[in-house]
Design a protein around this ligand. Sequence first.
Ligand SMILES: C[S@@+](CC[C@H](N)C(=O)[O-])C[C@H]1O[C@@H](n2cnc3c(N)ncnc32)[C@H](O)[C@@H]1O
Length: 355
Amino acid sequence: MSYDRQRAQAFSDHVLDSFNQAASCLMISLGHRAGLFDILDNKPAGTIDEIADWANLDARYVKEWLGAMVCAKIVEMPDPQRYKLPAEHADFLTRRAAPNNLAVFAQYIGLLGTVEDAVLKCFVEGGGVPYDRYERFHTIMAEDSGQTVLPALVDHILPLDPALPHRLESGIEVLDLGCGAGRAVNLLAKRFPRSRFVGLDLSHNAINRARREAADSGLKNARFEARDLTNLHETIAENAYDLITTFDAVHDQAKPLHLLKGIFRGLRQGGTYLMQDIAGSGHHRGDIEHPIGTFLYSISCMHCVAVSLAQKGDGLGAMWGRTQAQDLLKQAGFTDVVVHSLEHDFQNDYYLVRK
Ligand SMILES: C[S@@+](CC[C@H](N)C(=O)[O-])C[C@H]1O[C@@H](n2cnc3c(N)ncnc32)[C@H](O)[C@@H]1O
């Protein structure tokens, strides 16, 4: 076979560019956390010292960050001394831009970097990395679902089952599994005061946040418990709930099938299970054109698979795919499953499952 020099050069450029993209991701994350994008938003072009002053940050670091932002073509320099974040860029990088603030998702790259050594050890020895090694996970996850789930929950996600809003108004029993920091539960509990909500999650840290938010909002109809859901199929009260939800919480469980069997057992006849989970084809070749395939497989490798295997679980991974999800739902006992895609969220599928 002949060696294609042009192809080799193009590949080397492609790899070099990925260094820039990866580095820019870290800098976007820093800019988000330091509040720099929010400070630059709607401001006239400023010098390094002015920007550091506006943001109350160290000018030496701000200077280097601006260098990265200019090279990444995120911040512009209208003259040799001053820097400006264009409005068209601020619309995707600032807190006021939520739910379109892409900077939120850039934080995952920094988070994954903190566990690189531990994941490398798993490549060699097998096993996993426990959830509590991912220090900022629940903070980032709450920001993530604060954009992908919360703004669409009442008007787009619940009405996938047209009867749900009315049933929630009149008062039903709701369970959210793998609830994380409980933001979906708290929002629904506020909106539907006659219904009663329970959120369960392995993480004490996340459950404490959920309880704090519920207490601050004076909610009497939301309850949270730290619980390992690995054996939910044996422990859940039978026919106890009218609605069960999971938001991005099935694939990284230790035993996803046990969870789904538990949901089947816990739902009353006529009840609804709403599952939001990552939209993947279930096949590497099928995911080549996925707009953020590399990103999702990387999160899966360095988090979803690792946390599940750390619990001696199945390690399904985020890209388990629609076919496998439908198969597990069937094994759990569900026969009425409809998969929806919602316009606001190309990253996830929404499964409307009825018992
Ligand atoms: C990707 S996060 C989603 C959190 C939340 N639903 C959201 O959308 O913000 C998955 C959640 O599953 C929880 N989880 C993982 N394994 C678990 C287990 N064995 N038992 C209970 N919860 C578990 C994690 O603590 C985490 O909060």
